[in-house]
Write a protein that binds this ligand. Structure first.
Ligand SMILES: Cc1cc2nc3c(=O)[nH]c(=O)nc-3n(C[C@H](O)[C@H](O)[C@H](O)COP(=O)(O)OP(=O)(O)OC[C@H]3O[C@@H](n4cnc5c(N)ncnc54)[C@H](O)[C@@H]3O)c2cc1C
Length: 402
């Protein structure tokens, strides 16, 4: 429990009912946002969220908190830009301090090919509503004075796309603000409540199994992060998802202010400063798919080495702690949202290494789908059947972790 929870959250915890209109499996950001928007936008409050651990205990409380819309394809730019807007007003809307902080994101490159890619990113972002422009090394140094533009003589910084609206927000505050907002309107959130099976009537999913007994539901939504293939298989559904660990670490306090979020496409790391002054770093996923939460020295060594190439000041800091989350990676690096072909069973998945920023828009759109039974235009391209229709949304270069 942090001070936010202790001081501000006085919640009513209910026993599970025998039936809900909507059951959401997974109390991470996406599950809770779906519940929050069902309650606030559609007045649907007969909703039960079942979380096997504690809310935010999955990736939503383990991420590096970067919020951005600088994606590489129009569908994604529009989608994440909507999330930026919702994030910017979430603090006022929920009356909770989520520590939303617009910092600007520098996405640096060290090759001719990378320069072309970042110029293209700026163009597609501008065309579809995100504020991104290409900047030269002199401006990069102004935005981020700590950078060694020579890249240690090996990786000279040639330019960057600069995404002005890039931001961070405190992850556990986001999930608790959504949980609190939903619960105050009557939604039931159950912690330590694992879903162990799905109830089925023929091909239709009609509810869930829990250790305390069955719970029936008009609709079951899977929002279980990296564990989605297990749950989907209970509905007889095979998803194109692989679960990979992703690690991160923070250093001890860095005395100077480091205002921007810095990322390098070629060196493959990204970094920002937390409100406590720690430097927070992440890099690519572990190559081997697994459900292992173990974090390792190899990641620390390789990520720190690459980051120090551009930011030599890191050499004087110490690593304070590291951790891991399990990411639901889709083949095209885009989310999978909506209907599944199994009646009564919806998914919000494929959030991989990029789903924190999408929590508000993901919840908003899933709630609209449930309330209206119509797939909203914003998420129609992200439907599961795109793989069968050969309409994948390849955007690997925007993951930030590839
Ligand atoms: C190290 C790291 C850094 C990241 N950095 C960023 C970033 O900077 N920006 C960004 O946008 N994204 C980032 N991400 C990705 C982001 O955190 C996730 O995509 C996002 O949090 C997914 O939210 P979710 O609600 O889908 O899943 P989760 O938050 O993982 O929630 C799923 C929940 O389901 C529960 N659950 C699982 N199985 C069951 C079951 N059978 N019954 C009941 N409950 C169950 C789990 O306990 C969990 O709490 C990062 C991820 C990691 C690991």
């Amino acid at each position: 429990m942090n001070e936010f929870i202790e001081a501000k959250v006085a919640l009513q915890w209910q026993q599970p009912k025998a039936a809900y209109d909507v059951v959401i499996v997974g109390g991470g950001g996406h599950g809770l946002a779906t519940a929050y928007y069902l309650a606030t936008r559609h007045g649907i409050t007969n909703v039960g969220v079942f979380e096997r651990s504690y809310i935010g205990g999955g990736n939503s409380g383990r991420n590096t908190t970067v919020i951005r819309a600088n994606y590489g394809i129009p569908e994604a730019v529009r989608f994440y830009q909507r999330s930026l807007e919702l994030f910017a007003s979430l603090e006022d809307e929920t009356d909770r301090w989520i520590m939303h902080n617009q910092k600007g994101l520098l996405w640096m490159t060290h090759t001719e090919h990378g320069m072309r890619a970042e110029k293209a990113r700026a163009a597609v972002n501008t065309a579809f509503g995100a504020k991104t422009r290409y900047v030269e090394p002199e401006e990069i140094k102004e935005i981020c004075p700590q950078i060694d533009l020579s890249g240690g003589g090996k990786f000279p910084v040639l330019g960057a796309s600069y995404h002005e609206e890039g931001a961070t927000a405190r992850h556990d505050r986001v999930v608790w603000a959504l949980a609190e907002g939903a619960m105050h309107r009557g939604v039931h959130v159950h912690q330590r409540a694992p879903v162990t099976g799905l109830l089925r009537d023929g091909d239709r999913v009609t509810g869930i199994e829990t250790p305390d007994g069955p719970v029936s539901a008009g609709v079951v939504v899977s929002a279980v992060g990296g564990h989605v293939t297990t749950l989907a298989s209970m509905a007889g559904l095979r998803l194109p998802i692989r679960s990979h660990p992703l690690q991160a670490f923070v250093t001890n306090h860095y005395a100077q202010a480091f205002d921007a979020i810095a990322a390098s496409t070629d060196l493959l790391f990204y970094m920002s400063q937390t409100a406590r002054g720690e430097m927070l770093l992440g890099a690519e996923i572990d190559r081997q798919p697994s459900y292992s939460y173990r974090s390792g020295h190899h990641f620390l060594e390789s990520c720190a080495h690459r980051a120090m190439t551009l930011f030599p000041f890191l050499r004087d800091l110490r690593i304070l702690r590291q951790w891991t989350g399990i990411c639901d990676m889709s083949p095209d690096y885009s989310p999978i949202m909506g209907k599944t072909g199994v009646d009564g069973f919806l998914v919000t998945t494929g959030w991989g290494t990029w789903g924190f920023k999408a929590i508000p828009v993901g919840g908003e759109q899933m709630a609209q789908l449930i309330a209206t039974d119509k797939t909203p235009e914003l998420i129609a391209p992200f439907s599961l059947d795109r793989f069968a229709r050969d309409r994948t949304l390849a955007d690997r270069g925007s993951a930030g972790t590839h």
